[in-house]
Design a protein around this ligand. Structure first.
Ligand code: AMP
Ligand code: GLY
Length: 418
């Protein structure tokens, strides 16, 4: 099969790496790809968000299958257009990808179908929002409804802090239009766990549980990032909790989307909080997580192409999805200054040495004309190792990471600590 993967980060490298091992895949392409992906796939210089160009290229070059990984093209309806062009495509159509793109939509859905999540109210008038905070007390969570680069969530420990957040969003328009509607939520406590699940519109198969580390620095300090590392499985996610989540959250979500005429085909990302009152949904995403995908696919024993095809064909219940024993850990090596400002174009050394004991997924790299690999983004590499235990995987991943260097390289030293 001729297969195209859309995207160009560490997640897409892991997907291409796994697909390149499939006997079903004879030609593998990635658009736009990156310096590491180029080692396992042919990179095509089309932006992931350029829906028209991507569909035209896939048609012209007779792709048998397209996998759309990032949220933007999914929300823009790339899968819809590929399917309409007669090309089998993995990922939700735009009307199902909305569970990530709109917090208001997903909260409504959970309320309607009794899926456990934080109690909430939505406000478009500031006075009413402020009065609600007085009535509810603190701690309380204030969220800008729209997209706000991951900064639109304030977990406020006092009433004053919550009111300041509301004023900044609604009056000062700190996030522009994204903050003209705010969601005010009950503050949940407990460990956070992520479960990704393959979905064919009707059936769902959860992957191993995982956890990521969003803050830039050790001990969860510093600004939020796309993720500085991840591991799987999570020791916090017991078989008892898995059974509860499956019955109360996963199956009802898939059934709700189907009942709403928005069948979900692709990967659903369940961001969960294990509260004293049971597991509750913090957020849904409509795609594989980054960097969770790097350790997860390192643990997958089944042919990924076979799973993708089953999701598209509605036959996921007929696939036996198997995982390795043990655990996997991914350490992100970032450019100094990320997620704020940083420099690019620095040569990277030690890649070959690190690859002897770990898989080095490239996130932001570029191959120069002379064939050298240089930095080309905030998150540069995801060094991923599998071990017999979580500690073993962490040790191997850090051991390999220490072989690599580039100017101003930054990594957290506490990935995997739970
Ligand atoms: P979100 O953008 O909705 O995923 O929120 C970002 C982070 O804020 C989450 O990963 C949680 O750590 C925290 N958070 C969001 N909602 C709540 C809540 N209702 N209670 C406590 N923490 C929350
Ligand atoms: N690692 C978090 C995400 O992919 O949304």
């Amino acid at each position: 099969m001729k297969v195209l993967v859309v995207g160009g980060g560490g997640r897409e490298h892991a997907i291409c790496w796994k697909l390149s091992q499939s006997p079903k895949v004879t030609e593998l392409y990635c658009a736009p790809g990156n310096g590491g992906i180029a080692q396992v796939a042919t990179c095509v210089p089309i932006k992931a968000t350029d829906v028209t160009e991507m569909v035209a290229w896939a048609k012209e070059n007779k792709m048998d299958f397209v996998m759309v990984a990032p949220d933007d093209p999914l929300a823009l309806g790339m899968v819809d257009q590929l399917q309409e062009a007669g090309i089998p495509a993995f990922g939700p159509r735009a009307n199902a990808a909305i569970i990530e793109a709109s917090k208001a939509f997903s909260k409504e859905l959970m309320k309607k179908y009794h899926i456990p999540t934080a109690q909430y109210e939505t406000f478009t008038e500031m006075d009413k929002a402020l009065a609600y905070i007085d009535q509810q007390g603190a701690p309380i969570v204030v969220k800008a409804d729209g997209l706000a680069l991951g900064k639109g969530v304030v977990v406020a420990s006092t009433v004053e802090e919550a009111k300041t957040a509301v004023r900044e969003m609604m009056q000062d328009q700190k996030f522009g239009k994204s903050g003209s509607t705010v969601v005010i939520e009950e503050c949940m406590t407990g460990p956070e766990v992520t479960v990704l699940a393959f979905c064919d519109g009707e059936h769902l198969v959860p992957m191993l549980s995982s956890q990521d580390h969003k803050r830039a620095y050790d001990d969860n300090q510093g600004p939020n990032t796309g993720g500085m590392g991840a591991f799987c499985p999570s020791p916090n996610y017991t078989p008892e909790l898995a059974a509860i989540c499956e019955e109360q959250i996963f199956k009802p979500t898939v059934a709700a989307l189907k009942a709403e005429g928005r069948p979900f085909q692709g990967v659903i990302y369940f961001g969960l909080m294990l509260t004293p009152k049971g597991p509750k949904v913090v957020e849904y995403n409509a795609r594989f997580g980054d960097p969770e995908t790097q350790p997860l696919l390192s643990m997958l024993d089944t042919d990924l192409m076979e799973i993708f095809e089953a999701c598209v064909n509605g036959t996921l219940d007929q696939v036996d999805i198997r995982w390795k024993e043990g655990a996997a850990c991914c350490i992100v090596l970032a450019s100094g200054g990320y997620p704020l400002s940083y420099q690019s174009g620095y040569p990277i050394s030690g890649l070959e040495e690190a690859s002897k004991t770990a898989t080095v997924f490239h996130a932001g790299t570029k191959q120069t004309e002379s064939g050298d690999i240089v930095t080309a983004g905030g998150r540069v590499l995801g060094v991923t190792a599998v071990g017999n235990s979580l500690n073993d995987a962490i040790e191997r991943a850090y051991g390999a990471s220490k072989c690599i260097s580039f100017t101003d390289m930054h990594m957290r030293t506490d990935i995997g600590k739970v």
